[in-house]
Design a protein around this ligand. Structure first.
Ligand SMILES: Cc1cc2nc3c(=O)[nH]c(=O)nc-3n(C[C@H](O)[C@H](O)[C@H](O)COP(=O)(O)OP(=O)(O)OC[C@H]3O[C@@H](n4cnc5c(N)ncnc54)[C@H](O)[C@@H]3O)c2cc1C
Length: 248
């Protein structure tokens, strides 16, 4: 059930030139119970005093089941954005109002599909970072495969890219493809792909008997990939979506 609480910024770093990783703790000292894939809402006021809110996926890598003390989010810079200004300028020690967790963009215990196709652009990769401990457990059961297609314009925008690469190295059932649409890496890797994630999808030959798909991030990518997966024969319940649209 959603709870209202205050968050204090305890740490931050730039993940990419226009993306800030923020680490919060609840002011009341309580841990946050969330299911990986869920998001929080940040509540604030416009300059004219009108209340508003924005959603941010929890990026914290916990153990996949226990509440977490550190609440991490990644915030992408949006030109002229109200929450961008608040979260981009928030100093360590700064306090904001929040509520959550919300959402059902989560791995589900009842899923029996042998292959998970995870697609993301930009900060849309954060739910998958939070899911890594669950993915590890899923792979340990055997007979499962997880493929993450992550779209970015260039290598500097592959958020948490090295974490996903390392996870792929240590978990043979997990494949990570950085899909670079504008500029290849300075030192290309065998797992790299060029173009948009929805284009790279065809290489994986999605099929209803094997796959369940998760799509997160830019609404245009989510729509294009959804259509491509439907054309491949995936029924809609096997395609889960989270569109990062402004919730004003
Ligand atoms: C479920 C959910 C989870 C989300 N998780 C994240 C997350 O983890 N990280 C994250 O950074 N964002 C996330 N978002 C998006 C986030 O909630 C805000 O919409 C985003 O940060 C912009 O808010 P803002 O107040 O800065 O801009 P606004 O003041 O809302 O918008 C300013 C202007 O920019 C336009 N605009 C808004 N968003 C974009 C965009 N993405 N690209 C281009 N133009 C835009 C608006 O139409 C408007 O003209 C999520 C959204 C949803 C619905």
């Amino acid at each position: 059930m959603a709870d209202h609480f205050q968050l204090r910024l305890v740490d931050s770093r730039m993940l990419a030139p226009t993306v800030r990783h923020l680490v919060f703790e609840r002011v009341d000292g309580q841990p946050l119970a969330f299911v990986p894939g869920q998001f929080l809402q940040i509540h604030f006021h416009y300059d004219d005093g009108a209340p508003t809110k924005r959603s941010y996926s929890v990026a914290t890598v916990g153990d996949g089941s226990s509440p977490v003390q550190r609440i991490e989010i990644a915030v992408s810079y949006v030109d002229g954005g109200a929450a961008t200004r608040l979260l981009g300028e928030l100093p360590v020690g700064g306090v904001i109002d929040a509520s959550g967790p919300y959402g059902r963009f989560c791995l589900q215990a009842g899923d029996v599909h042998p292959r998970y196709l995870l697609l993301a652009t930009g900060t849309g990769v954060t739910p998958y970072r939070a899911m890594l401990p669950q993915i590890e457990k899923l792979l340990a059961q055997g007979g499962r495969e997880v493929v993450l297609l992550y779209g970015a314009r260039n290598e500097t925008e592959l958020l948490y890219g090295e974490e996903f690469e390392d996870f792929a190295q240590s978990h043979p059932g997990f494949t990570f493809h950085g899909c670079l649409s504008r500029q290849p890496r300075t030192v290309p890797r065998a797992s790299d792909r060029s173009g948009h994630v929805q284009g790279v999808l065809a290489e994986l030959a999605p099929c209803a008997a094997r796959d369940i798909a998760y799509l997160c991030g830019n609404p245009n990518m989510v729509d294009a990939a959804f259509n491509a997966l439907k054309e491949s024969g995936l029924p809609v319940p096997q395609i889960r979506r989270e569109k990062y649209i402004s919730s004003r």
